[in-house]
Write a protein that binds this ligand. Sequence first.
Ligand SMILES: *Cc1c(COP(=O)(O)O)cnc(C)c1O
Length: 349
Amino acid sequence: MSLKHLARKTVQNIKPYQSARRIGGQGDIWLNANESPFSNEYEYQQSPLNRYSDCQPKAVISAYAAYAKVRNGQVLTSRGADEGIELLIRTFCEAKEDSILYCPPTYGMYSISAETFDVKIKTVPLTDAWTLDLPAIAEQLDTVKLVFVCSPNNPTGNLIPREQIIELLEMTKNRALVVMDEAYIDFCLDQSTVDLLDDYAHLVILRTLSKAFALAGLRCGFTLANPEVIELLLKVIAPYPVPVPVADIAVQALSEAGRAKTKYQVLELSANRAYLQAGLSQFPNTKVHDGYGNYILIQCEDSQRIFQALWENGIIVRQTPIKNGLRFTIGNRDECEKTLAFLRTLFNA
Ligand SMILES: *Cc1c(COP(=O)(O)O)cnc(C)c1O
């Protein structure tokens, strides 16, 4: 007998997030999950594992606060930025009453997390230039507690203009929190909105070690916000969310040497991105969009066929809800070269 009927109706009806890992594939070249191609080594510290970790290990919090140039009380660490999204929804949204608002095409987890908790969803599509439609957002704010804005946006790759974010913050004062998803901001750190935290108490920023820090498998993310928001989130978070080895490695990654390595790898990936972008731009009927993270979006005729041909050749990229859109994660130089070489045969270019 199936036990499905025992689950909440909402859960029975959920379509799980199609993560790159879930979709799978048989690849030699993985360009579908915005992971880093660099596998950095860490020393295994023999920390005792018989004791629970601190809920918020102080060394991790201090190290990230120093990196992000904020105060310790403005930082929360969790299992990836994804857990930050979920904590915000569980902390601020009343089930079946309150809403989140986000602007598609964008990251898929805002809606999935809201759905699992029966929180309502409002969407205001990005404009044709992939910027915020602020007048439309203003009209939709009723019942909205959280507005998610992803910049650089996944999967389009563009930045949301700072003036728009400020306007959104003014518009939402005393009504809703603005959550800036800065998962890719380490690739363009000067574009962060972190300096606005002190001016806007309702600004929240999500960060992660999964992308530029090359630690997707570690599951370590950060929420930056004013201490009152952090205290509320800490009421909801699991008692021991950060495994001891995760804290050890996060501290190493955020040390001076770790940060220097990340900076170097960011430069290398930016050079590879320019290389891939220039190469892709040669192909006929292909629009290559500027990207500020470790990925670029192209729109090409017959994208399904191209995706399939790449897939069958062991090069796994990501399909997107954007018409004819394919997203390429920036790999190492060899991976970029092989991808371009294969596409050249496809396009006969
Ligand atoms: C990858 C990603 C995340 C989640 O990062 P984790 O820290 O690995 O959970 C959040 N937001 C966006 C836009 C992402 O692309």
